[in-house]
Design a protein around this ligand. Structure first.
Ligand code: MN
Length: 282
């Protein structure tokens, strides 16, 4: 099932490539996104609600995607966890940029946090801050959303905690300084267009990830190339902090990161998920 949030945070289920069905009425709780955290309850209760949503997706009003404003298919996550240095060729390109000047820990796999306030949706604009002497880069990433709460999750049970998958662009100011600040400017986390439930994805380590800036392809990799796979990153992070329903976890950038500038348009596509487009402005 492909879930979408649209307009004033109504819930939709995709039908084909060009339509969705408004299933908001099938939710036990809904309050336009802010007051009731209906989305977090949906993530928590998805298995129980699924039959109602499936029925509503058959019966409900069909709406053309061209007539709605898609929102990021996540809402009020307690955190965005992000994997760092999780593709070998990306590690190598970052080591080459810093020419040995950067701390070695920057080259090692780890997890860090991005501010949830940096999230934007499909079609929304990434605004470039004024950071003289610094480049601002795209990182196209496979991300997932937690369904089942957990702490100290063992690798062999980790995928049971994943509700579904989406696309995330981890926009980044390059250079020294704390990652969480360099990656948390407002609008630095486009997510979308849909949350695709895990059963529809199959193996998350066999998905093609591509990113274009304007018409130039910059990134093209298979998610199977990641160094620490999703069960490993869930186990690692959940030894530190509880993963809550609705939390977003992004799996790290493939190689091919590069500069984005005023007037650019980024398009990211991940197999079986969809295509996310975001313009860039100063
Ligand atoms: Mn990243």
């Amino acid at each position: 099932m492909k879930l979408a949030l649209f307009d004033d945070y109504r819930l939709g289920v995709l039908r084909g490539d060009d339509h969705l069905v408004d299933v908001t009425g099938a939710l036990p709780h809904w309050d336009n996104g802010y007051a009731a955290n209906f989305w977090l309850r949906l993530c928590h209760d998805f298995d129980a609600l699924r039959p109602r949503l499936e029925q509503a997706a058959l019966d409900g009003q069909v709406v053309a995607l061209s007539g709605v404003r898609l929102r990021a298919p996540v809402l009020n996550p307690s955190k965005i966890l992000a994997a760092a240095s999780n593709y070998g060729e990306h590690r190598a390109e970052m080591a080459a940029r810093s020419a040995g000047a950067s701390a070695s820990w920057l080259q090692d796999f780890d997890v860090f946090l991005k501010a949830p306030s940096s999230i934007i949706g499909p079609g929304d604009t990434v605004y470039l801050p004024d950071v003289p002497g610094r480049e601002i880069h795209h990182e196209s990433e496979l991300a997932f959303v937690i369904g089942r709460q957990g702490k100290n999750i063992p690798e062999e049970r980790a995928l049971e905690h994943v509700l579904g998958y989406t696309i995330l662009i981890d926009v980044t100011v390059r250079g020294d300084g704390d990652r969480s600040r360099r990656k948390s400017y407002d609008s630095f986390t486009p997510i979308g267009p849909y949350l695709v439930t895990a059963d529809e994805i199959g193996d998350p380590h066999n998905l093609r990830i591509e990113l274009w800036v304007n018409d130039q392809k910059r990134q093209d990799v298979n998610s199977g190339d990641m160094l620490v796979r999703i069960p490993g990153m869930i186990a690692y992070a959940s030894r530190v902090m509880t993963l809550y329903p609705g939390d977003v976890f992004t799996t790290g950038s493939p190689p091919g990161v590069g500069k984005i500038e005023d007037g650019d348009t980024m398009v990211t596509q991940i197999e079986r998920i969809g295509r996310l487009t975001n313009p860039v402005q100063r």
